[in-house]
Each structure stands twice: as structure tokens, then as C-alpha cells.
Design a protein around this ligand. Structure first.
Ligand code: THU
Length: 136
């Protein structure tokens, strides 16, 4: 699975977004080290705080299916599902990535199906808090 294919799956996942409050539709496609893809969309709530981001939807689906090793995630988003700029994962999602992923985990953001850029997790969460900080 190359990055362009993963971005395409993130665009498809975005179609499933449930975002009646913000109108921001977000899609994610998470690739496991074994080559399986889990998609995710954002899911909002009238009481706002239960809202779940697309990235965490993808992670939680995968983790609840027993997956523990991940190689990359593609993320796209935009108002009413129209992608015009790079949609960067929020801090909470970056923290979830840090829980389950190594430093070589790649985050791919796209502003069109053909235009994307890649980051390694430590670039998006430098000096992050992780389980290594609480090991005794
Ligand atoms: N959102 C995501 O799905 N991923 C992020 O990393 C940031 C924000 C969603 C949450 C909410 O439904 C909408 O985007 C606007 O904040």
C-alpha cells in the first residue's frame, strides 16, 4: 500500500463523517504493519465533548480488533468535506499515536488526492509524554 493509495482511502472514509455541528468532515486510513487498513471518520455529538476524531476512530477500531503494530496513517479533512488545505491531527490524536506507535510511524496529510506530505511522529509530537515516562 503506497501513500497515494492510503490518501485515497482517507478521502473515502471522510464521506462517512458525522459532523452536523462543525460541518468539518475528516477521514483517516490507518495501515497496520501486517498490511491491513482501518478507516475512520469524525463522529460528533450534540453535547460536543463526546466527539471522536477520525484518527482515533481508526485507531480504536483497529485496537479493538487486536491490532497493535502500525506503520502509517493518512488524514484529510475540510469544511463540508471540501479539502482545500492540509488537515493536521489534533494533540489528543497525536498522543494516541504515541501510545501505540514507534518513532518511525508516518503521518500523511493531503490537500488533494495527488498532493500530500509526510511527517514522522516525533516531528508532530516532540518531547511527548509516553509510557517510558512512567515505567518504574
Ligand atoms: N477532528 C478530527 O477528526 N481530527 C482531528 O485531528 C482534529 C479535529 C474533527 C473533530 C470535529 O468533528 C471537527 O474535526 C472539527 O473540530
Amino acid at each position: 500500500m503506497n501513500n497515494k493509495e492510503l490518501v485515497k482511502l482517507a478521502f473515502s472514509a471522510m464521506q462517512m463523517a458525522y459532523a452536523p455541528y462543525s460541518s468539518y468532515k475528516v477521514g483517516a486510513a490507518l495501515l497496520t504493519k501486517s498490511g491491513k487498513v482501518y478507516s475512520g471518520c469524525n463522529i460528533e455529538s450534540a453535547s460536543y465533548s463526546p466527539t471522536n476524531c477520525a484518527e482515533r476512530t481508526a485507531f480504536f477500531k483497529a485496537i479493538s480488533e487486536g491490532e497493535r503494530e502500525f506503520s502509517k496513517i493518512a488524514v484529510v479533512g475540510g469544511k463540508n468535506g471540501v479539502v482545500t488545505s492540509f488537515f493536521m491531527p489534533c494533540g489528543v490524536c497525536r498522543q494516541v499515536m504515541a501510545e501505540f506507535c514507534d518513532d518511525d510511524f508516518e503521518i500523511i496529510v493531503a490537500d488533494s488526492p495527488d498532493s500530500f506530505k509526510e511527517f514522522k511522529l516525533p516531528e508532530l509530537l516532540p518531547f511527548g509524554f509516553s509510557k517510558s515516562n512512567i515505567e518504574i
